[in-house]
Design a binder for this molecule. Structure first.
Ligand code: NAD
Length: 292
């Protein structure tokens, strides 16, 4: 079993981004600038946004963090997005999800200038992805593709099972793994909450990508010997042995599944770090597309 090491791969990719950014600036380009909007104070969202801002500093990007109250109206939030759309200094905009229940995430995402849509969630970005046109890929699936590429895992002809059909992970992952490229070129089955006998699908999979949001849901009896397992899940569970009283686990029962696998991602230090890489690569691309 080989661990797909998010620390190693993200370190390598971040070095590349740093160098590319310096070259871009040396040729007269300006620093990429990411603006993040955080609505309310959900602790997980705070942590994700904090990490994105920290990564901007590390990579030599500018960043702006806009903190807005949980009771902001949808119209006011969209007005804030529009200000960033019209701000020439800003290259990329991300609105941290989830949003409070009274705000439609679709309406807010639709308001982002597609040229600044570095999360790759706007319908234009998603449509271009479906058509195989150059675009901002959603950061998590993009990061997973970068990881498979780094380890030179040839997924051609593999039987791939994606578990989950969200717009941000499961659906784009299904598309990317099936398109005519490597990584990709796999025969992909998308499973979801209404799939009957999930195990019948996963047991035949050469590669399983789990994006479910249920702690340790994929167990050893669901995985065939030699499979590649990509664990997207981030779930907090109680753990009285930890000072904080809790810890993070994935959607895969890592301890029992790992011995069966040819490759597996850990949680933490797996896909999460790759997501940041996807976002940062998109932000640099947005800056370059805007021009000098
Ligand atoms: P989501 O809740 O939008 O989607 C979950 C999907 O799982 C749904 O499509 C649903 O059909 C499917 N599902 C639920 N129960 C199931 C079951 N019993 N059997 C089969 N399928 C089932 O979640 P999401 O936004 O796609 O995120 C999934 C997980 O990935 C969460 O834990 C989230 O925190 C994590 N996540 C991690 C990263 C990262 O960077 N590592 C990024 C995004 C999301």
């Amino acid at each position: 079993m080989q661990l797909l090491d998010g620390v190693l791969v993200s370190g390598h990719i971040k070095e590349q981004i740093k160098n590319e950014t310096l070259e871009w600036q040396a040729s007269g380009g300006k620093k990429p600038h990411l603006a993040a909007i955080l609505v309310g104070n959900n602790p997980a969202s705070e942590a994700y946004v904090g990490s994105k801002v920290k990564h901007c500093e590390e990579l030599g990007f500018d960043s702006t963090l806009l903190r807005l109250s949980a009771d902001i109206s949808e119209a006011d939030l969209i007005a804030e997005v529009n200000k960033l759309n019209n701000d020439d200094k800003v290259d990329g905009i991300l609105v941290q999800l989830p949003l409070p229940a009274h705000i439609s995430p679709d309406s807010v995402i639709n308001a982002i200038d597609p040229g600044k849509d570095v999360d790759g969630f706007h319908p234009i970005s998603q449509g271009r992805m479906v058509l195989g046109q150059p675009t901002f890929l959603p950061a998590t699936p993009y990061g997973i593709m970068l990881m498979l590429e780094y380890y030179k895992i040839d997924t051609t002809g593999m039987n791939c099972v994606v578990i989950g059909r969200s717009n941000i992970v499961g659906t784009p992952m299904t598309l990317l793994m099936s398109r005519a490229s490597n990584p990709g070129n796999a025969t992909v089955t998308m499973c979801h909450s209404k799939t009957k006998n999930l195990k019948d699908f996963t047991r035949n999979a050469d590669i399983i990508i789990a994006a479910i949001g249920r702690p340790r849901y994929v167990t050893a009896d669901m995985v065939k010997e030699g499979a590649i397992v990509i664990d997207v899940g981030i779930n907090r569970i109680d753990d009285p042995t930890k000072k904080s009283g809790s810890r993070l686990v994935g959607d895969v029962d890592f301890d029992n599944v790992a011995p069966l696998c040819s490759y597996i991602t850990p949680v933490p230090k797996g896909v999460g770090l790759m997501t940041i890489c996807g976002l940062m690569k998109n932000t640099l691309l947005a800056a370059k597309l805007k021009g000098k």
